[in-house]
Each structure stands twice: as C-alpha cells, then as structure tokens.
Design a protein around this ligand. Structure first.
Ligand SMILES: O=C(O)C(=O)Cc1ccccc1
Length: 317
C-alpha cells in the first residue's frame, strides 16, 4: 500500500514559534493552509507530540548545506518509538540582525539565536561585532520574540539573528541584512509522521536509515557500505553520531538515493538487517530536487527480476 499524496496534514507541529525557517518549510507543503499548525519549543518536543498522538505530523530541520546534520533531529528520530519521514523541503536561508528598540549596531554586546544560525553568521559577527556575547535560543524566532516581548530596558540581550519575516512580524529594527557567511545556503527540513504506508515511488526518491555499530564487529562500516556499493546505490549523506550510551558507541545515519519499493534498495535493506538487526528504516520519500536517480542497467528492477526468474527456472528443472 502507498500513502495517498493528498492525505491531509491534520494537526501539524513544527519548531516554533511563528516565523522560524521551519515554519516556512511547513508552509511550502501543499495543504498546509488547511492544517492546524502547532508551534513546539524544540525538535524533541515536536517529535514527542507525534509519538504521543498529540500531533499527526511534525516539520523539523535535518541538514544544512553549511553546517551539516542537525543533531537534535538525527539523534531523536534514531531512538524511541519509530517515526517515518514522508517528505523533504529545501529552504534558502538568509539572516537579518534585529535589535532591541533604540539600539545601534555599534552598541550591540549580547546576541541570541539558534546554534545553527549562529554557526552561519560567525564570520560576519567576528568582522562586525568582535567580542560579542552569545546566548543560544530554541530557534531564531524565539530569540527575536524574547527581544520583542521583553519589558523595555530589561531585554535579555541586545540583538537577535533571525529570518527577515520575523523582523516584519515583530516590528523590531533591522540593524543588518543578509549577514550569512555563505550566500545561497540551504537547509533541508523533513515532514515526519508515525509509521504507515510509504509515499509512492517516483523515480526520484530518497531513503533514510540508521545503523547502530555493534562493539564486536571489525570492518562494520566497510560491510555497511558494501551492501550499497554492490547494488549500485548512491549515498547522499552518511554521518556517525554517538548513541549517548558510552564512549565509543556510535550509529550511522544514512540517506541513500532510491525507494524501498525498488529491488536493489529492498535487497540492500534486507542484507543490512541480516548483518545488523538494529537497522532502522526511517522512510522513503520524494527528493526535493526531483532529479531522477541514476540506476545502472544491471541493478535495475528488471535485472533483479530477470536474475530471480533465471534461478527459479533452474530450481524448477
Ligand atoms: O530557528 C529556526 O528558525 C529554525 O527553523 C532552525 C534553523 C536555524 C537556522 C537555519 C535553519 C534552520
């Protein structure tokens, strides 16, 4: 069974509050206008709401073209009750610096924003605000709203790094625009639900999985990679993350090009499960770029079926 593309989003939670890049990603999903949007204060809180059935879906950031994987998301979806990625969205990221009313750029001593935003403006900050004090916040919009909602004179910091939209929504003065160190940076967001039917195979799909590394398995990484290499499967992301269960305990978080409904992907997943029973399937879903996945002739579905038919014929002699 495949998931109905027009299935309603229902109650949809996201890394909030209003005005985050995550909200922009969610609003890009068809049907978002009909959904009930529920802001969450963190990625784990958003995913917990889906696991508990308080929300039907969650939109969360997963990967950044400058900073790499978003650990809060990669780690949370890798443990606890299974979740399933249904779709991805790419959002172009540009940051502004907003200040508390009356502050000038030259007076800014304390800045707050999300850690991923901070990492993307460090060069600009060093050049323009050397020695500034940084306070991490739950999201870019949370930092700006803390500034906007504070009693005048008792703001927790002088400025926040956020999306241009939040500057408009809060009316906070913009002290600098386009302060990102890398222009054209993109963040990838994923729409997550509870396990269910997979989105239909489109020919331009991605599959996400995690594989915990057993302690007593020399060559484990090589064996994981072999499963993909021999079946002509391209990986678009592979990261090792600590499991949190002790020094040296790691899992791999992997995105591969292809859909579980394709023979070569199903065969690779089945083989991984034989070798590493802790492998976790986190979803097959259409790629945001819609670039078709290149499949070499000998690893196509037709080639797999022909190979099996040949063996079946031998056995039936
Ligand atoms: O804080 C936000 O607005 C988010 O949605 C997370 C984030 C932060 C920085 C870049 C991309 C996403």
């Amino acid at each position: 069974m495949t998931r109905d593309d027009a299935a309603p989003l229902g109650r949809c939670t996201f890394l909030g509050p209003a005005g985050t890049f995550t909200e922009a990603a969610l609003r890009a999903v068809p049907g978002a206008e009909q959904a009930e949007l529920i802001p969450a204060t963190s990625v784990p809180a958003a995913l917990a709401a889906v696991r508990a059935g308080e929300a039907d879906h969650a939109m969360v950031p997963i990967e950044n073209s400058v900073e790499g994987g978003v650990s809060a998301t990669l780690d949370d979806i890798a443990s606890g009750d299974d979740l399933q990625i249904l779709r991805e969205e790419l959002v172009q990221i540009s940051f502004v610096l907003v200040g508390r009313p009356g502050v000038e750029l030259a007076d800014v001593r304390r800045v707050s924003t999300h850690t991923h935003a901070w990492a993307q403006v460090r060069g600009w900050v060093e050049a323009n605000l050397p020695g500034v004090e940084y306070t991490p916040s739950g999201s870019t919009a949370a930092a700006a709203r803390a500034l906007a909602d504070a009693e005048p004179g008792s703001e927790p910091f002088d400025a926040a790094v956020c999306a241009p939209l939040v500057a408009e929504q809060t009316g906070l003065p913009v002290l600098a625009r386009a302060i990102e160190d890398v222009t054209g940076a993109v963040t990838r967001f994923v729409l997550v639900g509870r396990p269910g039917p997979l989105p239909a195979h489109t020919g331009s799909d991605k599959t996400t999985l995690t594989v915990p590394l057993p302690d007593d398995h020399p060559g484990a990484l090589r064996e994981i990679l072999d499963q993909f290499a021999t079946r002509g499967i391209n990986l678009s992301r592979i990261e090792s993350r600590p499991t949190g269960e002790g020094m040296g305990k790691y899992f791999f978080s992997i995105d591969l090009e292809g859909h579980l409904a394709e023979e070569r992907v199903a065969a690779a997943m089945g083989a991984l499960h034989r070798i590493f029973p802790g492998v976790r399937f986190l979803g097959s879903y259409p790629r945001a770029e819609h670039r078709p996945v290149a499949v070499r002739r000998h690893t196509s579905d037709d080639a797999y079926r022909a190979g099996r038919a040949w063996v079946d014929g031998l056995l039936a002699r």
